[in-house]
Design a binder for this molecule. Structure first.
Ligand SMILES: O=C(O)COP(=O)(O)O
Ligand SMILES: [Mg+2]
Length: 218
């Protein structure tokens, strides 16, 4: 049977408003001017360390300099409660229930650290859908390294694996893992849909079960 593994930020949840608010809150607290939201949104998808490095770089600091560790620690604390501005994309829960009803095993492979991943899943009552959850710090490497996706797939023990994500990182991860990729077009990608390798693209979660069923029939 089939395992369907999901990215989190920009795929299941629209968490950018909280990530932007937390980022600018920390920058202002440290005496810097806030950054434009769109610029911060462009930093999401490669994990927390990458986000902090890009924030510091954008305000003229050395990305890995003395500001990195305190900023990372403070963001980690904020991440624990950063869901007031976050929403689950429309149709997600219905699609997850539909896929489970078709016998699919469901998992998560995100670059968000594991603790805030679990917190936000719990907050939105999404935990119950996923048997396997890999965060950006679950292994020594993170997406686009294929290892976390491959580890999640191995844990789920299904013959066929489909990865659902929103970004360049996800498309590359799936390609390197040799896994079919379904692209959710409403997340945080910067590349045109036609320039990202994908099996199929969708802009509404109502479409997802049909796309998965199609691959299952192949
Ligand atoms: O960069 C992050 O923290 C998370 O991003 P992802 O859920 O899209 O992998
Ligand atoms: Mg994403």
């Amino acid at each position: 049977m089939t395992a369907v593994i999901f990215d989190l930020d920009g795929t299941l949840i629209d968490s950018a408003p909280d990530i932007i608010a937390a980022s600018n809150g920390l920058l202002v607290e440290a005496g810097y001017a806030p950054l434009p939201p769109a610029q911060i949104k462009g930093f999401i998808g490669k994990g927390l360390a990458y986000l902090i490095q890009r924030l510091l770089e954008a305000v003229g600091e050395v990305p890995d300099g003395p500001m990195f560790a305190p900023m990372f620690a403070k963001f980690t604390i904020r991440y624990e409660t950063a869901f007031d501005l976050t929403t689950v994309y429309p149709g997600v829960v219905g699609a997850l229930e539909d896929l489970a009803g078709r016998g699919c095993a469901l998992g998560i492979c995100t670059n968000k650290p594991l603790v805030p991943t679990r917190t936000v899943l719990r907050h939105f009552d999404l935990t119950r859908h996923f048997g396997v959850v890999y965060g950006g710090d679950s292994l020594a490497v993170r997406k686009p390294d294929p290892a976390p996706l491959q580890a999640a797939a191995a844990d789920m023990g299904r013959a066929r694996v489909i990865f659902v994500g929103d970004s360049e990182v996800d498309a590359e991860t799936a390609a390197r893992a040799g896994v079919a990729f379904l692209l959710f077009t409403e997340g945080y990608r910067k590349t045109a849909v036609q320039d990202l390798p994908h099996r199929a693209a969708f802009n509404d979660f109502k479409q997802l079960p049909g796309l998965v069923a199609h691959i299952m029939e192949e």
